[in-house]
Design a protein around this ligand. Structure first.
Ligand code: AHR
Length: 555
């Protein structure tokens, strides 16, 4: 038997300038006579619209994600919206959550959606896909055995409470295509038209859910069926060939590659093109999964041995995980090129619906929560860097979601019983929500590289990184300074216009390991400052190990 985890990882002229206030903790840093970095924003050079869906989310029936994280039950003393944790709903509204992928992950290809609808007391109890993993042996029964108390209707209740779209991942490995069609029918057929619409009216909603996004399997190269790319393309064709739309156009998302598996991308696209290139028009997205996990500095490729610790790490580990995270940009560019070999008009866009750091097990905030890790400032910097990568490629990437929303890997929130906190990653999503729907504009960043010792040998890592977008006259610039100890004195240039007013929001901490917990919920929290209008050059002091958002109102 193949173990489940083995499936997963075997100076610009005419510029306007502004002097920005320095963050308080850097007030003692002396400004040099000349800035050591420069960010030049070119508002006239639009790269594309930043899809709000790049700021999407992912929920799976795994560990404490659904039960405890999302679902507390209608009769709970914990404040809830029809059984869904109210704190979560409130926070997700604040970050303008646009879309949530559900119910997995690997779980999706073991899940029968029918188990999760109808009267709660009649829903069958099943073995969860993740049961028997080594790490789940100490987990509560609710994580090992699926009660199906939370299903399609409860998920849609969550989406409606937030005001976001649903992205459902269908089972390709263990259910026939017919089950997929019926799930679409259950969700989208109009009130009073079908038997499933009637069931839905009793269970959840007379009005259709109008679900647009449908994943066709998950990691079909591994836990989702162990297919070859060609085999999967045939399955994809079969599952998506005739699916009634009920007035709601459907956007199919195919199970894409793991990391740099170029063969998977080429194999799928070649097979689709061999039969009929026209089918590219009906594929909305190609889902790349990329986890950053190997902190062994090249010593091993072993999925378990290569991982580092979520909380206890040194400066090398800080840079190494960021370096791993940075690889995502070349993966996006590489797969985009491979797709182009067959889909020359780029009808299919990239979806990155699982991303984030993955550390070794052992440091959950709630003991027994499988895969839960506590995000630190490092993960905030990592996540900001990743979101900036998406913003820089708006024509390529159309939807993305970190793994996973709550009580899991790179989570925005942690919760247990009546306790809840927003992690530094959640803070970053709050800061970056200003980019949603904006016009991404070209931004040229020049900064010295970071130099560090990698097992005694010199290594370097790129200095400042960021992205900029425009909503009319409102410019948002986000910047990450990955250096653990050096601030970057940075000249900010907005070409061809002038600035009316501005503000900065900065997330940082003197301790690289800083994190929010149930006891210290606001240890890592953004600091907002107004900017006095400058008379001379715009110099921004960007703190070490920080994420900064600059809001500029242009004339
Ligand atoms: O996010 C955890 C797991 O990682 C998902 O179930 C799977 O798709 C991936 O391998």
């Amino acid at each position: 038997m193949i173990r489940r985890r083995e499936f997963m990882r075997n100076g610009a002229l005419g510029a306007t300038a502004l002097l920005l206030a320095r963050p308080a903790r850097l007030a003692s840093t002396l400004l040099s006579s000349a800035p050591d970095a420069r960010i030049e924003i070119l508002p006239e050079e639009v790269l594309g619209t930043i899809s709000p869906n790049l700021y999407g989310h992912f929920l799976e029936h795994i560990g404490g994600v659904i039960y405890d994280g999302v679902w507390v039950g209608e009769n709970s003393k914990i404040p809830n919206v029809g059984g869904v944790r109210k704190d979560l709903v409130d926070e997700m509204r604040k970050v303008k959550a646009p879309v949530i992928r559900y119910p997995g992950g690997c779980f999706a290809d073991s899940y029968d959606w029918r188990d999760g609808v109808g009267p709660a007391e009649k829903r069958p109890r099943r073995t969860n896909f993740w049961n028997n993993e080594d790490e789940t042996s100490a987990a509560p029964a609710s994580h090992r055995y699926e009660s199906n108390r939370f299903g399609t209707d409860e998920f849609m209740r969550l989406c409606r409470a937030i005001g976001c779209q649903a992205y459902l991942a269908a089972n390709v490995r263990s259910l026939p295509a017919e089950a997929f069609y019926r799930w679409v029918e259950y969700c989208n057929s109009p009130a009073g038209t079908t038997a499933l619409a009637a069931e839905r009216a009793v269970s959840g909603s007379a009005q259709p859910y109008d679900v647009r996004y449908w994943g066709v399997g998950n990691e079909s190269w591994g836990c989702g069926g162990n297919f070859t790319a060609q085999e999967y393309a045939v399955e994809f064709r079969r599952y998506t060939t005739w699916v009634p739309e009920y007035g709601q156009p459907l956007s199919f998302i195919a199970s894409g590659p793991n990391s740099d598996d170029w063969q998977w991308t080429r194999g799928f696209f070649e097979e689709i093109a061999r039969k009929d290139k026209e089918q590219f028009s009906s594929i909305f997205g190609w889902a790349l999964h990329y986890y950053s996990w190997n902190l062994s500095r090249g010593r091993t490729a072993d999925w378990d041995a290569g991982k580092g610790d979520a909380i206890n790490f040194d400066v090398q580990d800080w840079y190494e995980i960021l370096r791993e995270g940075n690889r995502l940009e070349s993966l996006i560019e590489g797969h985009w090129q491979a797709m182009r070999e067959f889909d020359s008009e780029h009808k299919v866009k990239l979806v990155v619906d699982e991303w984030g750091p993955w550390y070794r097990p052992g440091s959950p905030l709630t003991p027994g929560n499988f895969l839960e890790q506590v995000p630190t400032l490092r993960d905030a910097v990592f996540s900001a860097m990743t979101l900036d990568i998406f913003n820089r490629h708006p024509e390529k990437v159309t939807l993305a979601s970190p793994a996973q929303l709550i009580n899991c890997l790179n989570s925005l929130y942690l919760a247990h019983e009546d306790k809840f906190c927003v992690t530094p990653v959640g803070q970053v999503f709050g800061m970056y929500s200003a980019h949603q729907g904006g016009q991404a504009v070209r931004t040229i960043i020049s900064a010295p590289n970071v130099h560090y010792a990698r097992d005694g040998k010199p290594a370097s890592f790129s200095g400042l990184a960021g992205s900029a977008s425009l909503h009319g006259k409102d410019l948002t610039l986000t910047v990450v300074n990955p250096h653990v100890s050096e601030a970057r004195e940075t000249e900010i240039i907005v070409r061809g216009t002038s600035v009316r007013s501005g503000a900065t929001t900065t997330l940082s901490h003197s301790d690289l390991h800083a994190r929010n917990t149930f006891e210290q919920r606001n240890e890592v929290t953004p600091q907002v400052k107004d900017l006095p209008l400058p008379r001379t050059g715009l110099i921004l002091q960007i703190p070490p190990a920080s994420v900064t958002r600059l809001d500029l109102s242009l004339v």
